[in-house]
Design a protein around this ligand. Structure first.
Ligand code: HEC
Ligand code: HEC
Length: 275
C-alpha cells in the first residue's frame, strides 16, 4: 500500500514538474476567457461575493513590502520589473487602477478576487494553470516580455498583492466583475468603417498613428501587446473597447466596437515568441 502511494506521489510530482517546465513556454494560452471544468451552480454568485478590496497600505507588516512592490509593478511595470517586459505598457493600462476596480463599465479588467479562481483547468493549455503561470502569460504576451521566475521578488510581490486584494472572497465562487464581457452580434466587422471610428474616437489620445502619446498607451506597433495577447483577439478587444473606450466615457455601440477592433487588430504588432 505504502509503496503504491509513494509511486503515485512520485508520478504526480513528475507530471507537475513536466508541466511547469513546458507550461508557459510551449503551451499556447492567450489571455482569453478561461474554461473552467465545472460551472458554479447556474452561474449565480453567492451572497458571500462582495466587492470590498482592502487598500495595499493596510496590508499587515509581514507582507506589506511585497504587496507594495506588486502594486508598484502594476503601475510602473518597466521601472519595477524591467528585466521581464518588452514594451512600454503598464499592467494598469488594461487592469485599471492596479486591478482594484469593480470591472464593469469604465473599470477595465479587475483582478479583485483573481487568486480565488486558480488553480484552474484551461483547455487551451490542456492542463492546470496556476496564478503564477497565468500572470506570466500576461508578461509574455500583453507585455511582450518573458516569464518571471516563480521565486523572483517581482513575482512574489505581484502574487502577494493579488492575494491581498482578494482578501475575504470565497474560493471558486463566480465573481461577476472578473473577465471581459463578450458581446453577441451578427454584424460583420468592417475595417474601413473601423479606421474612420479610430480617427474620430481614438486617435486624439492614442495618436493618429496608434503608437501612443503622453496621455494614452500604444494600440499597435513595437511598444504594444504582441499577437499572442488576449487583447489581440478580436472578441476580447471588442469587449474591452465597448466597456472602456473612449476612456472613462465608453460610448461605442456594439457595431462601432466591432469595426474599430477589427481595424486595430489588423495593424502590425510584435509576434509572440517564447523568450
Ligand atoms: C480620452 C482619451 C482616450 C480615448 C479617446 C481612447 N482611449 Fe484607449 N486608453 C486611454 C488611456 C488613458 C488608456 C490607459 C488607461 C490606464 O492606464 O488606466 C487606454 C487604454 C486602451 C487600451 C488598452 C491598453 C493598450 O494600449 O492596448 C486599448 C486596447 C484602448 N485603450 C483602445 C481604445 C480604442 C479602440 C479607442 C477608440 C474607440 C480608445 N481607446 C479611445 C485613453 C483613451
Ligand atoms: C494589453 C492589455 C493587458 C495588459 C497590459 C496586461 N493584461 Fe493581464 N489580462 C489581459 C486580458 C485581456 C486578460 C484576460 C481577461 C479575461 O479572462 O476575460 C488578462 C488576464 C490577466 C490575469 C487573469 C485574470 C482572470 O480573471 O483570470 C492576470 C492575473 C493578469 N492578467 C495579470 C497581468 C499583469 C500582472 C500584467 C502586467 C505585468 C498584465 N496582466 C498586463 C490584458 C492585459
Amino acid at each position: 500500500m505504502r509503496q503504491k502511494a509513494l509511486v503515485l506521489i512520485a508520478a504526480l510530482t513528475m507530471l507537475v514538474a513536466a508541466f511547469a517546465m513546458s507550461g508557459s513556454r510551449d503551451h499556447v494560452f492567450a489571455e482569453g476567457p478561461s474554461v473552467p471544468i465545472q460551472k458554479t451552480e447556474a452561474g449565480m454568485s453567492s451572497t458571500n461575493v462582495k466587492y470590498n478590496p482592502p487598500l495595499p497600505k493596510d496590508a499587515p507588516i509581514s507582507i506589506r513590502d511585497a504587496v507594495m512592490l506588486g502594486y508598484d509593478i502594476m503601475n510602473h511595470t518597466r521601472t519595477y520589473a524591467g528585466k521581464y517586459v518588452g514594451n512600454t505598457l503598464n499592467c494598469s493600462n488594461c487592469h485599471f487602477k492596479e486591478g482594484s476596480t469593480e470591472g464593469g463599465k469604465n473599470g477595465g479588467l479587475s483582478l479583485v478576487g483573481v487568486t480565488t479562481k486558480y488553480p484552474e483547468y484551461r483547455s487551451i493549455a490542456d492542463g492546470v494553470v496556476d496564478i503564477v503561470s497565468r500572470t506570466n502569460s500576461c508578461f509574455e504576451r500583453s507585455m511582450d516580455g518573458k516569464p518571471l521566475p516563480p521565486n523572483s521578488r517581482e513575482m512574489v510581490g505581484l502574487i502577494t498583492y493579488f492575494q491581498w486584494i482578494s482578501k475575504g472572497l470565497p474560493i471558486y465562487e463566480k465573481i461577476p466583475w472578473l473577465g471581459l464581457k463578450h458581446i453577441k452580434s451578427n454584424h460583420k466587422p468592417n475595417q474601413v468603417e473601423g479606421k474612420k471610428i479610430f480617427s474620430s474616437a481614438c486617435a486624439s489620445c492614442h495618436g493618429a498613428d496608434g503608437l501612443g502619446t503622453k496621455i494614452a498607451p500604444p494600440l499597435w506597433g513595437k511598444e504594444s501587446f504582441n499577437d499572442g495577447a488576449g487583447m489581440a483577439g478580436l472578441a476580447n478587444l471588442v469587449a474591452f473597447a465597448h466597456d472602456n473606450m473612449p476612456y472613462l466615457v465608453s460610448n461605442l455601440t456594439g457595431n462601432e466596437a466591432l469595426d474599430v477592433a477589427a481595424f486595430v487588430t489588423s495593424q502590425p504588432r510584435p509576434h509572440f515568441t517564447a523568450k
